[in-house]
Design a protein around this ligand. Structure first.
Ligand SMILES: NC(=O)c1ccc[n+]([C@@H]2O[C@H](COP(=O)([O-])OP(=O)(O)OC[C@H]3O[C@@H](n4cnc5c(N)ncnc54)[C@H](OP(=O)(O)O)[C@@H]3O)[C@@H](O)[C@H]2O)c1
Length: 279
């Protein structure tokens, strides 16, 4: 799997990883098998969160015998993000994930506890070896500037934000800021969290046409489109092993300039919104 340097973590991480929100539905064994199939197909970058129900436990099961291969990311909810709360939340995540460290630990979205406290908690955990790096999620440029002012350069590994063809707001300022400051941009909900362009819509037909020209699927075309820009990672979620393998294969797909231009025109970036969109 094609990999890119992951911000301040300075390690190569697969460009396509695996999301785990809402994997704890009816067929949990199937979802664990899908995660495992994804890992075997190269998607060793796994994103989870304390907020995702039983997902951490399921991830722990899926990676029990291959932990060393995994770039494991989890998140603390803002209500837990005091200096001591971060430490407690991390211990709980480590226990559920059955591991002794996270590769990256994120603040799930900006909250009301002082950011300096959260960051102090992350730095405590880093010094203790419980996390190797930390980052943020759903941070707009002003939030990123605040974090940078607190901690200085080369500390923030990533900013995880909504990024799909239908939601390109981060291209205005967040992605350029992250790229300029060596912060990896991890795009979540690449398929609109299930709200994928209908096959009969103009956008759906365009994606299908491009997919057919490459012998692949519209979902793979979307992932390749999002990865056209440097410094971007994407983390689709699926509970199906066949789809996990298909998503991983998208890392090999290269769209040409004309195809990219058609997708950009069909799903325009739009004006910069006042508030960064999040799910
Ligand atoms: N930081 C944040 O605030 C935040 C917010 C949202 C999400 N996230 C992260 O980003 C991850 C991904 O986002 P998401 O879960 O919202 O949604 P998503 O990945 O955009 O879309 C998931 C949907 O697409 C379907 N799907 C996946 N691969 C497919 C394929 N190859 N063909 C057809 N359908 C396919 C899935 O169905 P099946 O599962 O049935 O295959 C599911 O309905 C999350 O799981 C989570 O880890 C983070």
């Amino acid at each position: 799997m094609h990999a890119r340097s992951f911000g301040a973590a300075r390690v190569a991480v697969p460009v396509i990883g695996q999301g785990t929100w809402r994997i704890d539905g009816a067929d949990r064994a199937g979802a664990v098998r899908a995660l495992r199939a994804g890992v075997d197909a190269g998607m060793t970058h796994i994103d989870t969160a304390e907020m995702y129900g039983d997902a951490e436990v399921m991830v722990g099961e899926a990676i029990a015998d291959c932990r060393e291969e995994i770039f494991l990311v989890s998140k603390v909810v803002p209500s837990n993000a005091t200096r001591r709360g971060v430490a407690r939340a991390c211990e709980d995540s480590l226990r559920r994930l059955r591991t002794d460290r996270l590769d990256c630990y994120l603040l799930h979205w900006p909250g009301s506890h002082p950011l300096a406290e959260t960051i102090a908690g992350f730095e405590d955990l880093r010094r203790a070896g419980k996390i190797l790096t930390w980052g943020v999620s759903n941070f707009d440029v002003d939030d990123l500037e605040r974090a940078l002012a607190i901690v200085g350069p080369d500390r923030i590994a990533c900013n995880q934000v909504y990024y799909a063809p239908t939601e390109r707001a981060i291209e205005h300022a967040v992605l350029p800021w992250c790229t300029a400051h060596g912060v990896a941009l991890v795009g979540y909900s690449p398929f609109g969290s299930g709200d994928f362009p209908e096959p009969a819509s103009t956008g759906g037909r365009l994606l299908r046409g491009i997919a057919e020209a490459h012998g692949t699927t519209p979902y793979a075309v979307v992932l390749a489109f999002l990865l056209r820009l440097p410094n971007v990672f994407t983390i689709p979620k699926t509970v199906r092993a066949d789809r996990a393998v298909e998503n991983a294969a998208a890392a090999e797909l290269r769209l040409n300039a004309a195809e990219i231009a058609m997708i950009e025109a069909e799903f325009p970036r739009g004006p910069r919104p006042k508030i960064l969109p999040m799910l």
